[in-house]
Design a protein around this ligand. Structure first.
Ligand SMILES: Cc1cc2nc3c(=O)[nH]c(=O)nc-3n(C[C@H](O)[C@H](O)[C@H](O)COP(=O)(O)O)c2cc1C
Length: 339
């Protein structure tokens, strides 16, 4: 299906957004338990307009909820009494636009981390809330679930201020090979996560953090299916670039562009798209489609499975963005002029 409207910004409804963390009391079979919670949640939340994302990590649940205030209050009272968890702590509470585009997302982060590390992050966020400092719901989620673990993080005053780049492939999974290659090259751990939306789909995503000259970059490999999960979409505004590893086959490349455009719909400043293809001619249709949708598309030449080649082609484009970002806001014609 072709998208035939430009990425446009629509006025958003205002909802209450909360994020809480709780200590889980479930034994083995975490995924099956989360599927049971999903079944209840989809049944109860949809009619009252509540959207939610649930994370299980290191013995903790984190839940991000958005919806009308009275419905949220009623639901939170009910689920606080659920014996599958205890000691709920609210770590974010605000009113603003809906950021979760669908009723349900869930994620499991596979890690050997002890519950105490998570407890420290929860306590830090509670403390900042009490000091009157609140981060956005995605930033709170990221600080709890995927904090910057790289040593460079210690030099940052804002723990969430680092550049994030999403990588998706039109065919097979060179995006995951690329993240693995970057992790090996920089001798940094590759972090694995699993996501699901309100239906059966179960998608993987890997990321790596590493030092790039003077700052830390996070490169996230995402499967094509993952682009449809509301939780994934809520993080799209935080990416500076989305790198598209193109196959050269329009029947695969154009649907990827459509999925990315759908994920960028409604954003005031969508990420810059960087198409990577072996042959220059591959870019013409994706470029035209992106341009038609009001998205910036930069082209890079490399074979999508040649990780070193992809990095060599993409890296200068990311650096230019950083120069631009340091020199203040930039218009779309300026960005095109930089190509
Ligand atoms: C961490 C956690 C999150 C939950 N989230 C929701 C939710 O968003 N919506 C919901 O209806 N139930 C949620 N539940 C389940 C409720 O506590 C409760 O079991 C359920 O709503 C009961 O409905 P049912 O008997 O119709 O299944 C959650 C439970 C836990 C442990």
């Amino acid at each position: 299906m072709r998208l035939n409207s430009k990425v446009c910004v629509e006025p958003q409804e205002s909802v209450v957004r909360i994020v809480y963390a709780s200590e889980a009391c479930i034994g083995a079979g975490v995924y099956a338990e989360m599927e049971r919670i999903r079944a209840s949640a989809v049944r109860h939340n949809v009619p009252v307009g509540i959207h939610t994302a649930l994370l299980y990590q290191s013995g903790w649940f984190v839940q991000w909820k958005e919806g009308p205030g009275h419905a949220l209050l009623r639901l939170t009272d009910r689920l606080a009494a659920d014996p599958r968890h205890h000691s709920l702590r609210i770590v974010h509470s605000s009113r603003g636009p809906r950021l979760l585009s669908g009723p349900w997302s869930m994620a499991i982060v596979q890690t050997n981390e002890e519950p105490e590390s998570m407890a420290r992050r929860v306590a830090r966020l509670r403390q900042s809330m009490e000091n009157g400092v609140q981060y956005s719901p995605p930033a709170v989620w990221r600080q709890l679930s995927t904090p910057l673990g790289h040593p460079g993080a210690a030099q940052q005053t804002n723990p969430d201020a680092f550049q994030r780049i999403l990588v998706c492939a039109a065919a097979a999974s060179p995006s995951f090979e690329f993240a693995r290659w970057l992790a090996a090259r920089h001798q940094q751990p590759l972090v694995r996560r699993r996501f699901a939306g309100d239906e059966g789909l179960d998608v993987g995503t890997d990321y790596v953090d590493f030092n790039d000259d003077d700052r830390v970059l996070r490169v996230i490999a995402m499967s094509r299916k993952g682009l449809a999960v509301p939780l994934t979409r809520a993080f799209v505004p935080d990416y500076s670039h989305i790198v598209l590893l193109l196959s050269g086959e329009p029947e695969r490349d154009l649907p990827l562009l459509d999925k990315v455009a759908a994920a960028c719909a409604g954003l005031a400043s969508p990420p810059v798209l960087v198409g990577v293809a072996q042959h220059h001619a591959t870019h013409s249709r994706p470029f035209a489609l992106a341009h038609h949708l009001g998205l910036i598309y930069l082209d890079a030449q490399a074979h999508p499975h040649d990780c070193a080649g992809v990095w060599a082609a993409v890296h200068p484009l990311l650096a230019r963005w950083r120069e631009a970002a340091n020199s203040g806001p930039l218009s779309i014609p300026d960005l095109f002029a930089m190509r």
